[in-house]
Write a protein that binds this ligand. Structure first.
Ligand code: ATP
Ligand code: LTN
Length: 339
């Protein structure tokens, strides 16, 4: 057998990731996760989802929620998710996710969930609605990943803790019942893994932030993007250099580096002797150019609901079949009587 044949026969590694269709997708989501989703499609077996079940851990207004789901689906196709190469479905369309999530809830400890930073942050932010789903959110995320025996999970740095918990749940379950789940690894980019708020650069850029100047949305118009970067909070030093206590500049350098591929040293050299104004303009322009083709493709996809439906239905059917195999295996091991 030639080396080439052997290689092509080797099982391709499986990638799983998801994003919540809450609000508009930001530059943080794009640089921290989505850019990797697109790249990985060439060499891996990729399975992607819109996590609508996760999204209702925070109250959603129905009409707006539905519009956000369509928008997010079209936008991800526009970013380059290719349904000929990968699966891309809506989480609630594949029934195994909620089923395995219940099971994994019973193998996840109260103490573990209490330590999750996202739970602490979101329960502080939504103190009027600290529901059980918000608390057990990571068990559903573990189900998403483990159902597909995923090897790698491309996410931003903020999801590291949830991934670690997923690994612990998988190991615990395997420890009791034998090898049921593949224990996955994270895949976190070197630059862009944690894009910070443009207004409070110690906080992550988040699509649910009330202050729209704190984030750049992938669908923001060029002039809006330029304005948001010009208003970005920096410091009084006026020197484009990466360093401690310079959260704002560090963040802009991270964004510029993730978009252009330039290293921090190259960026420092490029802006030697120049002020923050010039730098902010350059960052804004680079981001506008990066997002222009995505915005153009989006405007086509969003008009064609029939095409979107065709894509998500086809992917969901296949996902249901693949994930059912893992669910059956788990159910059998636990000792349920099979149907
Ligand atoms: P929300 O504000 O509603 O919690 P979010 O903006 O954090 O949403 P998610 O849907 O939770 O977005 O995350 C989607 C993906 O984007 C995840 O892989 C996450 O790690 C990544 N991500 C989110 N925010 C950032 C950020 N500021 N920098 C880099 N990656 C990010
Ligand atoms: N919790 C994730 C979204 C998400 C996810 C997943 C990411 C839901 N299920 C499975 C990776 C794998 C977030 O980004 N906030």
């Amino acid at each position: 057998m030639s080396e080439q044949t052997a290689q092509s026969q080797e099982r391709k590694k499986v990638i799983f990731s998801a994003i919540q269709p809450t609000g508009t997708i930001t530059l943080g989501n794009y640089l921290g996760a989505l850019k990797n989703w697109i790249k990985l499609q060439e060499d891996f077996n990729c399975i992607y989802a819109l996590a609508d079940l996760h999204a209702i851990t925070v109250r959603q207004e129905p009409a707006k929620f539905r519009a956000n789901i369509y928008e997010a689906y079209a936008l991800l196709l526009a970013c380059g998710v290719d349904v000929e190469k990968s699966l891309f479905f809506i989480q609630s369309h594949v029934s195994t996710h909620a089923q395995l999530a219940w099971i994994l809830n019973c193998y996840t400890q109260f103490g573990e969930l209490s330590r999750m930073t996202q739970f602490k942050d979101k329960s502080a932010k939504h103190s009027d609605n600290i529901n059980a789903g918000l608390f057990t959110y990571p068990a559903l995320m573990a189900a998403d990943i483990l159902l597909y025996q995923a090897d790698l999970v491309p996410v931003g740095a903020d999801q590291k803790q949830h991934l670690e918990l997923t690994r612990n749940i998988a190991e615990r379950f395997n420890g009791i019942y034998g090898n049921v789940f593949k224990v996955p690894d994270g895949y976190i980019p070197k630059t862009g893994a944690r894009v910070m708020s443009l207004q409070e650069p110690a906080k992550k850029m988040s699509k649910s932030d009330e202050n729209i100047n704190s984030y750049v949305a992938v669908l923001d118009k060029p002039e809006v993007i330029m304005k948001k970067f010009k208003r970005a909070v920096t410091d009084s030093e006026a020197c484009v250099k990466y360093g401690e206590g310079k959260d704002g500049i560090n963040n802009l350098m991270g964004i510029y580096s993730a978009v252009t591929g330039k290293t921090y040293e190259e960026i420092e050299k490029e802006f030697e002797g120049k002020g923050y104004g010039d730098f902010k303009t350059a960052v804004g322009e680079a981001v506008v150019e990066e997002l222009r083709p995505v915005q153009e493709r989006f405007s086509q996809f969003i008009k064609d609901k029939a095409y979107l439906k065709e894509c998500y239905e086809k992917s969901a059917q296949i996902a249901e079949k693949i994930s059912q195999r893992t669910l059956d295996k788990a159910v059998k091991k636990i000792g349920f009587v099979l149907k």
